[in-house]
Design a protein around this ligand. Structure first.
Ligand SMILES: [Zn+2]
Length: 75
């Protein structure tokens, strides 16, 4: 026999702390695109715009659980 429990189940703490996707604006086509950022990723990376496929230079910064993303044109 299995007893069901209403006890609070501790879900992944990261779910509410970490934002893993950010709305960014493409520096080329000006479209707003939701960019997924891996929880372990910080620093600079290059992503292609989903809309116009041009390369972004993406800077990812984390401070105090806050995710900050800056997108510029990759040269
Ligand atoms: Zn674009």
């Amino acid at each position: 026999m299995v007893e069901s429990s209403d006890a609070c189940i501790a879900e992944s703490r990261y779910a509410c702390i970490m934002e893993d996707s950010k709305l960014v604006r493409c520096p080329y086509c000006r479209e707003q695109v939701s960019l997924y950022v891996d929880p372990d990723t910080t620093g600079v990376l290059v992503e292609d715009c989903e809309v116009c496929c041009r390369p972004w230079h993406v800077e990812i910064e984390r401070s105090g659980g806050k995710l900050r993303v800056r997108v510029n044109r990759a040269q």
